[in-house]
Ligand binder design. Structure first.
Ligand code: GLN
Length: 535
């Protein structure tokens, strides 16, 4: 029977609940236990797909095309699993299902209420992940226990525990232990209060993960154990680490996975094997060199908006045994500052995905500068589109070329709406989403990097390279190095006489893992290392 772990948070947001859930997943998987993960987000949006990255950070796309919370990216990277749509649940999606059912008449005239109808729907989403091939479902609940929107979720978890049996479920509560005042005393009150909140909803945590910037003293552990009614073994310190990859190792040192296995009565014949993970954490902390890669973004004060790109660059660093320093460059600054050598000292560039007019000319200018100066450049989705516009305008003689997204009146729409997008009117969940295959051109750089002819990548876009211009672009020197297998969509582009100038219509960052760095990011960082050596 599948067991369940629920991860809640208290005191403050951004305490690292997602990393905690991911680390627990990694540790259990390393013990040979089959895990899957899920995020319950209490906001009303049906999914984060329509949210501004300022508000919510990156939208993470699953293989089956769900637009989800960025924590799913942490889960996939740490646990190396491929999650599906069901792993992402929001209040909006719950209410939508309940209201659809009500409209169909399925409630047979009953008054539809939070208890039992909304809570039943939440429980059924949790149950739907408990398949035969899963030993443990780890479910993280977004927000903190005091939030208004979280109440139906906590109530559903309380009922769930009662229904499946106490030993089948384990509650982990993540809190903060701050150090305050001249004496820098460790304070347990915030933790006590948030546990009181949780208990007032009928949930007694089994484990309390205490985020703290320094070691927890024995007496503080005892105090939390006593006031929160959790055995001392269940009080786990989560301290700051040198890199993210060390978190599972630290939690293991604290005995977290052993205690969970005991609580849930799960045993496995396999010895815990953390060797691969240890080696990743070690290599991340002791690189043999470093390179600087610029990310040309719109949301440079909100690095979470490009989280998977940054993580994939780190993986590319692991593949090349270097640390990758990310330099955030505002796309809007590129054009005015171009003359001032703003790319000096930068060994490589990523032009990431994006939407909307702001900053687009800076991205096109970046494509041009990197093309002309030999700086390695990887264009992702909108990045590829900017590269194509640069080649069109500056090499193919298509003056004023643009994308329909930014100027539908442009003389040459080298980037145009995909055919199947033309009838779309709704914004949510209507892009070309999820995994699609592409066929790579034999002998191209991308084919060499992937070491494969057919590759699968995740997508999230409405626009594409206009087939009307592909011959003009090729004549100007652009290599179309990958197409959709039916030949109708351009998926990869490159320049063969450049150290690394590669664009993809996909989002390769979503499939990069610390143990399997993505070939395009490994390739970009490798080219950046060569450039750094030459300069
Ligand atoms: N805005 C572009 C499109 O919709 C690119 C999208 C992206 O970069 N994810 O095609």
């Amino acid at each position: 029977m599948t067991k369940h772990i629920f991860v809640t948070g208290g005191v403050a947001s951004s305490l690292g609940k997602g990393i905690t859930a991911s680390s627990v997943g990694r540790l259990l998987k390393s013990r040979g236990i089959r895990v899957t993960l899920q995020k319950l987000d209490p906001y009303i949006n049906v999914d984060p797909g329509t949210m501004n990255p300022f508000e919510h950070g990156e939208v993470y796309v699953t293989a089956d095309g769900a637009e989800t919370d960025l924590d799913l990216g942490h889960y996939e990277r740490f646990v190396d699993v491929s999650l599906r749509r069901g792993s992402s649940v929001t209040t909006g999606s719950i209410y939508r299902a309940v209201i659809d059912r009500e409209r169909r008449g399925d409630y047979l005239g009953k008054t539809v209420q939070v208890i039992p109808h909304v809570t039943d729907e939440i429980k059924s989403r949790i149950r739907s992940l408990a398949q035969d091939d899963v030993d443990v479902v780890i479910t993280e609940i977004g927000g903190t226990v005091g939030d208004i929107e979280i109440l139906p979720f906590l109530e559903a978890l309380r009922q769930f525990r009662n229904e499946v049996g106490r030993n089948e479920v384990c509650f982990i509560h993540v809190t903060l232990v701050p150090h305050i005042g001249p004496s820098q005393e460790e304070k347990t009150k915030p933790t006590q209060h948030s546990v009181t909140d949780l208990r007032s909803r009928g949930i007694q945590p089994d484990i309390i993960v205490c985020r703290s910037d320094r070691e927890l003293s024995k007496s503080v552990r005892q105090k939390i154990s006593m006031f929160c009614d959790v055995p001392e073994r269940g009080v786990v310190a989560a301290l700051d680490t040198r890199n993210l990859y060390e978190v599972p190792l630290m939690l293991h040192e604290e005995g977290l996975d052993g205690y969970i296995a005991e609580l849930l009565g799960i045993s496995s014949n396999l010895e815990l094997d953390l060797d691969e993970w240890r080696s990743i954490a070690e290599r991340a902390s002791t690189p043999s060199g470093e390179v600087t890669v610029g990310i040309i973004g719109k949301y440079i004060d909100h690095p979470d908006a490009y989280l998977s790109v940054v993580e994939a660059l780190r993986h590319g660093g692991l593949a090349n045994d270097v640390k990758v320093n990310v330099e955030w460059i505002s796309a809007e600054d590129v054009t005015p500052m171009m003359a001032q050598g703003m790319f000096e000292g930068i060994d490589g560039v990523v032009i990431p995905g994006g939407f909307g007019l702001r900053g687009i000319e800076g991205k096109i200018a970046t494509a041009m500068v990197t093309r002309e100066t030999g700086i390695p450049c990887l264009g992702i989705c909108l990045g590829l589109q900017a590269m194509v516009i640069d080649v069109a305008r500056h090499l193919a003689g298509l003056d004023g070329a643009h994308s329909r997204e930014f100027n539908p009146e442009a003389p040459y729409l080298v980037i145009d709406l995909m055919d199947d997008q033309k009838s779309v009117t709704e914004m949510g969940g209507t892009m070309r989403l999820g995994t699609y295959p592409a066929r790579l051109l034999p002998g191209s750089r991308v084919a060499a990097l992937y070491g494969d002819e057919i590759v699968y990548e995740r997508h999230r876009h409405r626009f594409e390279v206009n087939q009307k211009f592909t011959t003009r672009l090729q004549e100007a020197g652009l290599q179309l190095s990958g197409n959709s297998p039916d030949g109708r969509l351009v998926e990869f582009i490159e320049l063969s006489d450049h150290p690394f100038w590669v664009g993809t219509q996909a989002h390769p960052e979503f499939q990069s893992r610390p143990n399997r760095p993505h070939p395009l990011f490994a390739g970009l960082v490798g080219a950046a290392v060569r450039r750094a050596k030459d300069h």
